[in-house]
Design a protein around this ligand. Structure first.
Ligand SMILES: Nc1nc2c([nH]c(=O)n2[C@H]2C[C@H](O)[C@@H](COP(=O)(O)OP(=O)(O)OP(=O)(O)O)O2)c(=O)[nH]1
Length: 132
């Protein structure tokens, strides 16, 4: 099975991490994720992430460094998640597709009910943010 490439944003502000909860009608309803979406044909990962964050929250962003990736086989589909650090430039966060969002402390990253593909990314992020 071919993996579907999906982008994921790690938005940091005042030492906290932005996470979003998938909606009732979505796959993985109720699970938390780093928001983003499927990369469209002939689109770069960075362009995808900028587009998705504007569509999903109405925010303008700047895509920064690559954090890492994660592959997960959900049985019916295989996801290849690519995570980037993202700076929030402007716009209030207005939920368009998610049911909730929150800003969490890095210490909380281990205790979130993540979409399965996000667990390794959350671990990697926690290591990065708490090692200094
Ligand atoms: N965006 C995003 N999707 C994730 C994460 N973790 C994870 O397993 N997924 C899965 C859920 C979905 O099966 C797939 C991405 O779907 P999506 O619904 O967010 O993407 P999309 O807006 O482009 O999709 P669509 O509804 O237009 O089909 O990746 C994550 O951290 N962020």
């Amino acid at each position: 099975m071919k993996a579907i490439k999906v982008t994921a944003a790690v938005i940091l502000k005042n030492g906290k991490v932005f996470i979003a909860q998938r909606s009732k009608n979505d796959d993985l309803s109720g699970k938390w994720e780093f928001p983003g979406g499927k990369i469209e044909a002939s689109e770069t990962a960075q362009a995808c992430l900028k587009r998705e964050l504007l569509e999903e929250f109405g925010i303008e962003t700047k895509i920064l460094d690559y954090l890492g990736d994660s592959q997960f086989d959900y049985g019916n589909k295989q996801i290849h998640l690519l995570a980037y650090f993202v700076e929030h430039l402007s716009g209030e966060f207005i939920l368009q597709v998610h049911q909730n969002y929150k800003w969490i402390h890095p210490e909380e990253l281990d205790f979130i009910d993540w979409a399965p593909a996000d667990i390794v990314l959350a671990k990697k992020l926690k290591q990065k943010l708490t090692k200094e």
